[in-house]
Design a protein around this ligand. Structure first.
Ligand code: ADP
Ligand code: MG
Length: 457
């Protein structure tokens, strides 16, 4: 018996204990074989459509939850009727490649999709509505409405999640579609690995047949000229065949650095959308959704507690999710009531250093601003103002550069110290100074002196 079958038998015996005997016998008992494992779905064969629907409605969620205990990767069960399975097998038999090498030579590329990232569990709000509707349109008509779809925004805001939604949705409609998800840094590694062995063709062959290509965190192509060139060729190949491409990034295509212009300009051919930080209401909705995925008891955690968690973790959704899991674990493990007080205790170790760190950074930044304004003999309020004369503009850019290099804050957050400047203004300033340091001796001296002064104070 293979591993998946063994796991299924084990899960089946657990299910037998959870449900009444007659429902179990009518639905789950007769499932014995696994049809195939593909794209992280494990296909179980059921007798007919009626049983299929009944299981999907009543048991599938529980089956998938039990499965999580057995596998480290994310797998999910999917049901297929005996008839569908037979049809699929017979259609494969009639396929005989002209070149037998073809059948074995080219490996089937795995989709790498995470089946738990679906549109159903992506919570929509003001900050991500445009990205969400664009993704739905693309998933519905791949290659037609927006190619490429370019999604950008800060870390932990749901870019990867949304990208997987597109892939999963397309596969849901047609399991024969070749959908492939790859992180850009992995793309580079893979290219280097095969290029070292001079197997360039093999690299290209891997990707040329995909119907949908999802490339995550494209900024990691920076400075990797050869990989960029390879990706450029691939992009042209797929785009000209109307194959859908979805790209995510931590910044807009215009702001990408050290990536060839002819590539970044193509990213603007389709539709570009950003995702921002969710507001309080949106965060609460996300928590409610995440809670439902963990437990079927919707009222397990009172609204007040969710609101509390959402009010503290306002930066990104990954942290928000982590906080919820911690509270859940803390209260269930010790059998405590779900109260704001207990949530506070559960989250203490996350919140305290976070607050301290925030306060600490804030003081340091304010200090830095006064050091820089003293140095240039201007007032701090002029330094952080929007006045565009050179005697304010240049010191302001230097200040932004110093904040970024010393504290590595997100660009948006740096913008808050300067009358709420946007992400891209700050990014440009930081990059301008980074560039000027290498070209202009005076800038270098300024930055060096200021670095010492800020370090001292
Ligand atoms: P990014 O790729 O932008 O860094 P991810 O897609 O990895 O962010 O999201 C981080 C976590 O937050 C994931 O677990 C994801 O499911 C969750 N998440 C982000 N946005 C949403 C949303 N709108 N609805 C539900 N979950 C979300
Ligand atoms: Mg991501």
């Amino acid at each position: 018996m293979d591993e998946q079958t063994e796991i299924w038998q084990e899960i089946k015996s657990q299910l037998a204990l959870s449900y009444d005997e007659s429902s179990y016998q009518e639905t789950l008992e007769s499932i014995d074989s696994i049809f195939k494992v593909q794209n992280n779905y494990i296909y179980l064969i059921v007798e007919n459509d009626f049983v299929k629907r009944r299981i999907e409605l009543l048991y599938l969620q529980k089956m998938n939850r039990l499965l999580e205990n057995f596998t480290t990767d994310t797998y999910k069960y999917k049901l297929i009727t005996r008839e569908q399975a037979e049809q699929e097998l017979s259609s494969q038999k009639t396929f005989s490649p002209a070149d037998p090498e073809e059948a074995f030579g080219r490996q089937d590329l795995q989709s790498n999709l995470n089946p738990s990232y679906t549109f159903d569990n992506f919570v929509v709000g003001h900050s991500n509505r445009l990205a969400y509707t664009s993704a739905i349109k693309v998933a519905d008509q791949p290659g037609v409405v927006a190619n490429p779809l370019y999604i950008f925004g800060d870390v932990g805001l749901g870019k990867t999640h949304l990208m997987h939604c597109v892939g999963n949705y397309i596969l849901e409609g047609d399991i024969h579609k070749k959908v492939h998800y790859v992180k850009a840094d992995h793309f580079v590694e893979e290219y280097v690995r095969l290029a070292n062995k001079k197997r360039f063709d093999e690299f290209h062959e891997q990707y040329r047949d995909v119907d949908v290509l999802l490339v995550d965190d494209i900024q990691f192509l920076a400075k990797k000229e050869k990989s960029q060139l390879e990706f450029f060729k691939l992009f042209e190949h797929l785009h000209s065949r109307q194959k859908q491409i979805v790209i995510t990034s931590d910044r807009s295509a215009n702001d990408l650095k050290d990536i060839m212009k002819r590539l970044t300009s193509r990213f603007l051919w389709g539709v570009s959308v950003d995702i921002n930080r969710p507001d309080l209401d949106h965060r609460i909705k996300i928590l409610e959704k995440k809670l439902m995925a963990e437990t079927s008891d919707k009222s397990l955690i009172p609204g007040k507690v969710l609101e509390y968690i959402a009010s503290v973790f306002d930066n990104n959704v990954r942290e928000l999710e982590g906080a919820l899991k911690r509270v859940l674990f803390f209260c269930t493990a010790f059998n405590y009531e779900f109260t704001v007080k207990n949530a506070e205790i559960a989250l203490e170790s996350l919140i305290q250093p976070r607050n301290n760190h925030h306060d600490h950074v804030k003081t340091k930044v304010q200090n830095l601003l006064s050091v820089v304004s003293d140095y240039y003999h201007i007032s701090t309020s002029d330094l952080v103002s929007k006045k565009r004369t050179r005697n304010f503009l240049y010191p302001r850019q230097v200040a932004m550069y110093l904040i970024k290099t010393r504290f590595d804050l997100p660009y948006k957050r740096i913008g808050l110290y300067f009358g709420n400047r946007d992400h891209s203004t700050v990014l440009h300033s930081v990059e301008k100074i980074a560039n000027d340091i290498n070209q202009d001796r005076n800038v270098r001296i300024d930055v060096e002196k200021l670095t010492v002064k800020c370090g001292e104070s």
